[in-house]
Ligand binder design. Sequence first.
Ligand code: HEM
Length: 162
Amino acid sequence: MTTSELHASPRASATLGILLAVCLVAPALAADDESSDSDDHSPLHEKMEAIGDSYGHLLQAFRKAPDLAATPLYLKWAETLHTNLAAATQLTPARAEALGDEEQAAMNAAFKKDITAAATTAQKLLDALKKDDLKQAATLIAQLKMLRNAAHEKYREPDDDE
Ligand code: HEM
């Protein structure tokens, strides 16, 4: 078939059209597959990512002398931290799923107690920041780190990255 015949033939044009559509749609579908990889994370992991972000900002800000003028920003991070920790009290660790009924129930109960303690500490952090008490805020940020480290030892999958 010559080029001019190809242009003239409706069937050839339709075939080319379909091929073009496949070329355009296939990469979009592949991209969808990639984005669904991030959905593999548990609901708790998603919350923890948000907790990690806001806590990381606070940690960095308080590493040197915190700035009273920046308190509204600290409050914003502490609010996100608290909201996500409070939401995490309704979830359970992925690690518990592999356990038998009794052990699973025990781990979930212990998790709930510890995550609630962390949410309460984040609430105290909010209260301290609202009073412009940066010294108390620094103490609570340090306490959250201890709670995090101890909790991750107990409830995170052992092969998770640090
Ligand atoms: C300020 C405190 C905390 C921060 C900044 C934090 C941060 C994170 C981050 C970034 C992850 C995901 C990446 C990774 O695995 O390293 C994670 C996972 C996890 N964290 Fe935390 N965390 C905190 C407190 C806690 C507390 C108090 C608990 C439990 C009482 C907890 C339990 C877990 C668990 C179980 C996972 C694995 C997710 C899953 O099981 O699906 N974390 N955390």
